[in-house]
Ligand binder design. Structure first.
Ligand code: RIB
Ligand code: CA
Length: 313
């Protein structure tokens, strides 16, 4: 049975690839897409989500813009990685997918309320929408099967030395979602840095030879340029699609159930995620924290999605 999924995202180059994987694979029933301020402003992330669904030839999946700023933190956007548009690289035409007039949080709530069974929320941007949903509609906790989050890290950060961008951008939201009692699985940088878009991967995508594959190569080439400029990476880590790949095939990622905390007050470490992997603290295990990645399986799923959509569109 396909897994009902709501995607909460901030496209963003790697979010864009997560959208492709979610719409391409039959194991995923994508019910709705909400966007949030993060990699770019919420207006731009909503436009980019519409662009990617239009590119994939997908209709009937509502897209709505959610929160335009964090719960409490000042807004910081990731334009130094994703560019002025949030999807720099290719030239996009006007999307055919419309913008749903609802607020993204209302779209998530309505989608959960309409579902006959609990829905999996895939959250691959700052967690502002999800925390706001749980504040406004505590009854939705029961309607969410789990939240699979791209966020945090069991070691160092990226946006700051110890904080990963999605959690750093809205650490209060991350802490509230973590503490909400809704089951969470975290795909941190320690996992996503195992999924580098190497030259071999790029060549496999290029070899597909479809217009969609060419757009993906342009997206990933731009993404690689900013990752190299900013952090000296030889190839960019494709963070977000790992969440979707894990839902499709749970063997893609191994995890440990451990005590996890979000640092809110450290003057140098705010937004850091602290995973008690060696069980040194007396913390109740409260999260599934990703550890290992089956790269080959991940890339087969990701490239297989681009191939399938390229043939269809
Ligand atoms: O730190 C990586 C995360 O921040 C990814 O989700 C990327 O898209 C940005 O949102
Ligand atoms: Ca993202």
């Amino acid at each position: 049975m396909p897994i009902p999924v709501i995607l909460d995202c901030d496209p963003g180059h790697d979010d864009a690839m997560a959208i492709l994987l979610a719409v391409a694979h039959p194991a995923i029933d994508l019910r709705a897409v909400a966007t949030v301020a993060g990699n770019q402003t919420v207006e731009k992330t909503a436009l980019n989500a519409r662009r990617m669904l239009s590119l994939a030839g997908v209709t009937g999946v509502p897209v709505a813009a959610g929160c335009d700023r964090p719960l409490a933190a000042p807004l910081e956007i990731g334009d130094y990685v994703h560019g002025e548009s949030g999807l720099d690289g290719p030239a996009f035409g006007e999307p055919s997918v419309p913008l749903d007039p609802r607020h993204g949080v209302d779209l998530i709530h309505d989608t959960l309320a309409a579902a006959a069974e609990p829905v999996t929320v895939v959250a691959i941007g700052p967690l502002t929408n999800i925390a706001t949903l749980l504040r406004r509609h505590p009854e939705d906790r029961e309607r969410i099967r789990e939240v699979v989050i791209m966020g945090g890290s069991t070691d160092r950060g990226n946006h700051t030395p110890y904080a990963e961008f999605n959690v750093y951008a809205d650490p209060e939201a991350a802490a509230e979602v973590l503490g909400s009692g809704v089951p969470t699985t975290w795909v941190g940088l320690n996992v996503s840095h195992q999924a580098l878009v190497t030259a071999d991967v790029l060549a496999r995508i290029e070899a597909l030879g479809t217009p969609l594959a060419r757009v993906c190569v342009e997206l990933l080439t731009f993404f690689g340029s900013t990752y190299h400029e900013t952090w000296g990476f030889p190839a960019p880590p494709l963070h977000d699609p790992i969440t979707v790949a894990y839902l499709i095939d749970p063997t893609v990622m191994t995890y440990e159930r451990v005590g996890l905390r979000v640092e809110l007050d450290g003057p140098h470490t705010r937004g850091a995620t602290v995973a008690d992997l060696h069980r040194r603290m007396d913390w109740e295990p409260n999260a599934n924290v990703g550890i290992g990645l089956d790269r080959d399986r991940f890339w087969d799923l990701m490239i297989g999605a681009i191939e399938a959509l390229g043939r269809a569109s």
